[in-house]
Design a protein around this ligand. Structure first.
Ligand code: NCD
Length: 303
């Protein structure tokens, strides 16, 4: 593995190795100074709370130097191209560049132009992929249910615009999940299932929840939709909001995930977000160790 751009091309052995490493870090911590002397730079062109902070913490906990590229004070606002920015940063002895961008494929473009020795990590590109979220969600699920082949997983919300849905589905499919149900109103269902292996779609949330062992709730990605496409919040909650009454349709021990940020009262009711079946804060904790595992994997393998 030289870069991490998508989960599409990772096999089960590689994903399992990353999850095992993350789990190991969660219990025993990382070897001291594993990445000491290495430099990890985070470059975010879209807002982020969890992903950015957890990459920064991951780099620090591995002993790497971390630079948070502040876009509002950088030359990109003066019109410097992304490639010029990349080459400028490379000249400062960069080892890994963690990038989030609103355009699909931008991390791949950077990877195609990066010097050998610089690893590009995709922290979310447009609607395309969010590989570390896919990994951390798989880790979270595995902590309670390692028997992926028996799981029924429902992913509900704005699937069409969700890079999380794509990366979750790819990770879970590769790990052996056979029943993945994507649920949304028609306008939020994906136009093609091409990047969503092993998935079936439905517009009826009550049916899609029947017997589910895991439910992943997603935010409506307003920033990727025209105002006219936005559903009424009350109406949306009535049909696609997860509350305690609805959750009762799922399996008794169904785990509830959400990548955040959550919109309470729209896609998820507070009683569920804060309830005993919620894994939302476990996802956050797993995010740090998963990103540590990814950085360690990319920066310590033999050249
Ligand atoms: C997600 C993202 O940015 O794709 N959030 C995250 O990384 N935790 C989902 C979202 O923004 O709704």
């Amino acid at each position: 593995m030289r870069h991490l751009l998508t989960l599409e091309d990772l096999d089960r052995t590689t994903i399992t190795r990353l999850l095992d490493r993350a789990e190991h870090y969660r219990h025993d911590g990382a070897p001291r100074g594993l990445l000491s002397g290495r430099t990890v730079l985070t470059l975010f062109f879209e807002p982020s709370t969890r992903t950015r902070t957890s990459f920064v913490l991951a780099a620090k906990r591995l002993g790497a130097d971390n630079v948070n590229f502040d876009l509002s004070h950088s030359s990109t606002v003066k019109g410097e191209s992304l490639l010029d920015t990349l080459h400028t940063l490379e000249a400062m002895q960069l080892d890994a560049l963690v990038v989030r961008h609103n355009e699909n494929g931008m991390p791949k473009y950077l990877a195609d132009h990066a010097n050998t020795g610089v690893a590009i990590v995709n922290a979310g590109d447009g609607t395309h992929a969010h590989p570390t979220q896919g990994l951390l969600d798989a880790l979270t699920i595995r902590q309670r249910r390692p028997d992926f082949e028996n799981l029924r997983v429902t992913i509900c919300g704005d699937i069409r615009h969700s890079r999380v849905a794509r990366s979750d589905a790819q990770a879970l499919h590769t790990l052996g999940v056979r029943d993945i149900r994507l649920c949304a109103p028609r306008a939020m269902l994906p136009e093609t299932l091409h990047e969503l292996p092993g998935c079936a779609t439905s517009e009826d949330f009550d049916t899609a929840l029947e017997g589910a062992d895991v439910v992943v709730m997603l935010r409506i990605q307003k920033e990727r939709m025209a105002d006219a496409q936005l559903p009424d919040a009350t109406d949306y909650h009535a049909h696609y909001g997860l509350d305690a009454r609805r959750l009762a349709r799922a399996a008794k021990d169904c785990q509830v995930l959400h990548p955040g940020p959550i919109n309470r009262g729209i896609e998820i009711a507070p009683e569920v977000a804060d309830g005993p079946q919620s894994r939302i804060l476990d996802q956050v904790a797993n995010g740090v160790v998963t990103r540590m595992a990814v950085l360690a994997e990319l920066l310590t393998q033999p050249a």
